[in-house]
Design a protein around this ligand. Structure first.
Ligand code: WTA
Length: 658
């Protein structure tokens, strides 16, 4: 394997140091110290058993791991616990019932604070009503809701009763909801009448009605639809008698006392469908004890969490795994105080996030690089207009973060004093896997650095041999971990094929990402394998070229794809958005950008074509739809654009290109 240019080997300067050590004060009192690595290395399973024991178990486990039926893991064998009790009752019992669990901020500006006692009461009411509906442990519940407090209450009520939840992002279509409801055979759907989008109410229950159908076409598994009144915008809201129930009339009137039962450590906690670039979505299955153990552990140590003083904010939606793990289970299992914000970052204007940070004195802020680049595009005067001095730690998740965005995040949002944790993980891994420890790691901009204590990863070639530093290979996880997926719902073959067949002999989990180590042993995740281009036999990661382009002062955002090329196999085609105020100088600009990439990475990485565009086509989860860009670059008929946030973006690109 040849390696292309290395965004991580740029030479260090005073202005751009190669690595950023933790601020002294931060390191001096950090929750996680370097000893954690030694402890985990000395005895990995004992380490995880110790982490598990920080939770509240109703029955102790007898074995830490049973891997005899690999790849189907059993963690904390024989143990019994209740996940919701770990997130609620435990804190109330410890005398922390008056601590705010959730500072909720609605899109129109309404707010609601829920203490741990409040949340326990609400979850108990919901649990009592779900029991009344006849739901039994193991029955699946679909949750299709915007970011209202009831969404978290519903999730925790399911967990409390042992009902695996399947949260479906409220931006998905009726068809997407139906296929997920059918695949999981959900008995109950919980939704809202509508949701606020940029200040206006938009229907949501209507999509549920469409999804569930009527008569012969009715979803066979669904018995009830429980509806939270959020927008109250439609006097003629469709109502199916016998099936539909108002939350406030049912849950609202239920008792707020509920005693939980404990479930086996391997009891299914939730399904989460990953959109997958090909084929039908997979229902990734997570279970109880191992998942909560790793979530609680990573939240505490990676976010250096102080329950008494921190205010945590994860910007993800509950529809994605980041929302499950670090908006629901991670913060609440740690007794944290957190922000839950309903809307988009630019409603009513671009100041929204910074106002929330300022008003609630947020200490810990966890968002995706795409949002950081959006902030960069809006300009630093927006964050500069706010007092962000409460922040002490910043996090990044979801995609490789380019060094330019990393530095901007650190200096503009973090005032050069907040460590950044760039956390690599997946829906399938359940929890963070590769990340700096904020008080220990000398973080390099753009690198997730090294596996967390207790986690083991390798970078290997096609023959399962470790690659040399600087060479690109496949990222694999060579040891089971507590929050690992336990399967693909109803499809064991797909589970084995997708994740375990590539390195079956070794028994390694294939993550689907390319990665490399640099000369200092720092790990760089380069993006999905299918985002790796092959140009004249050289492997070049799309994210490396993107990173170089975004490193040019005129570029706000870039998406790069490998387009079929007669001579070189693939040719690099880049779509770029210019920063506001930068003049598009036509060919001169394009030539300059090409030269910039050639210089920053290598002439082999120089794009064949650069197209300046006003917007990039993104899925609702914020991922750039490279497949569609490929269609444009290769002059094909467009594929399916239905999952795009804004399909017209795409038409603009096409028009400019034709
Ligand atoms: C990518 C999101 C680089 C990666 C938690 C992975 C990252 C996929 C990072 C999983 C990161 C996530 N650096 N790449 N810090 N975090 N990824 O399932 O390609 O939505 O395989 O989970 O996102 O996406 P998913």
């Amino acid at each position: 394997m040849s390696s292309a240019g290395q965004s991580g080997t740029e030479s260090a300067t005073a202005e751009h140091p190669k690595a950023y050590p933790p601020p002294e004060e931060f390191a001096a009192s950090a929750v996680a110290t370097a000893d954690l690595y030694d402890e985990a290395d000395a005895d990995r399973l004992a380490f995880w058993a110790k982490q598990a024991r920080t939770l509240q178990w109703d029955t102790e486990f007898t074995d830490t791991l049973d891997w005899s039926n690999a790849p189907f893991a059993k963690w904390f064998v024989g143990g019994k616990l209740n996940v919701a009790a770990n997130c609620l009752d435990r804190h109330v019992d410890a005398g922390n019932g008056d601590r705010v669990a959730i500072h909720w901020v609605g899109e129109p500006g309404d707010t609601r604070d829920l203490t741990y006692s409040d949340l326990l009461g609400e979850v108990s009411k919901a649990a009592n009503h779900l029991t009344e509906l006849g739901l039994q442990p193991g029955d699946r519940v679909a949750i299709y809701m915007p970011m209202v407090p009831e969404a978290i209450i519903a999730i925790l009520a399911c967990a409390r009763l042992g009902l695996p939840h399947s949260v479906v992002f409220a931006g998905f279509s009726a068809a997407a909801l139906r296929s997920r409801v059918d695949d999981a055979q959900a008995k109950l759907v919980i939704t809202t009448d509508g949701q606020f989008r940029r200040g206006k109410p938009a229907p949501l229950k209507a999509a549920v009605d469409e999804a569930l159908g009527t008569g012969d076409d009715a979803a066979p598994s669904v018995e009830h639809v429980l509806v939270v009144k959020r927008t109250d915008h439609d006097p003629d809201l469709n109502w199916v008698d016998g099936r539909d129930l108002w939350w406030h009339e049912t849950v609202g009137n239920a008792s707020d006392q509920h005693s939980y039962t404990a479930f086996d450590a391997e009891h299914p906690l939730f399904l989460l469908y990953t959109s997958g670039t090909t084929g039908k979505p997979k229902g990734i299955l997570h279970t109880s004890g191992g998942y909560l153990t790793q979530i609680a552990y990573t939240f505490k140590n990676v976010f250096d969490h102080r329950p008494e003083t921190d205010v945590f904010w994860c910007g993800a939606d509950i529809g994605w795994v980041t929302g499950h793990s670090y908006l629901v289970y991670g913060p609440l299992s740690n007794g944290a105080t957190e922000i839950v914000y309903e809307g988009t970052p630019n409603s009513p204007n671009e100041h929204r996030h910074f106002e929330i940070i300022e008003n609630y004195k947020v200490t810990t802020y966890y968002i995706a690089p795409t949002l950081i680049r959006t902030f960069m595009k809006w300009g630093r005067e927006i964050p500069d207009a706010h007092d962000l001095s409460s922040l002490r730690l910043l996090g990044s998740v979801g995609e490789p973060i380019n060094p330019e965005a990393w530095r901007w995040y650190r200096s503009v949002i973090g005032a050069d004093r907040c460590p950044i944790v760039d956390t690599w993980w997946q829906t399938e891994t359940g929890a963070m896997m590769i990340s700096p420890l904020p008080g220990v790691t000398h973080a390099k901009p753009g690198s997730a650095m090294r596996p967390l204590p207790g986690i083991s990863a390798k970078i290997v070639d096609d023959n399962a041999q470790p690659v040399a530093a600087g060479e690109q290979g496949y990222l694999v996880l060579d040891q089971p971990w507590p929050s690992m997926l336990r399967g693909v719902w109803g499809d064991d073959d797909r589970f084995r094929d997708t994740y375990w067949s590539r390195f079956a002999e070794q028994g390694w989990y294939f993550a689907g990402d390319g990665a490399r180590y640099d000369e200092d042993g720092a790990l760089w995740v380069l993006g999905r394998i299918d985002d790796v281009m092959n140009v004249s036999g050289h492997r070049i990661s799309t994210s490396e070229v993107e990173s170089a382009l975004v490193g040019h002062s005129g570029v706000a955002e870039a998406a790069v794809i490998g387009a079929a090329d007669e001579t070189t196999g693939q040719g690099i085609v880049a779509f770029v958005i210019l920063r506001s105020g930068v003049e598009d100088r036509g060919d001169a600009m394009i030539d300059e950008l090409k030269a910039h990439v050639a210089k920053d990475i290598s002439p082999i990485a120089k794009p064949r074509e650069i197209i300046v565009v006003p917007e990039l086509p993104k899925t609702r989860s914020g991922k750039i739809m490279r497949r569609l860009l490929k269609d444009v670059a290769e002059g094909r008929e467009l594929g399916d654009t239905s999952t795009l946030v804004d399909p017209t973006v795409f038409e603009n690109i096409r028009r400019r290109n034709s």
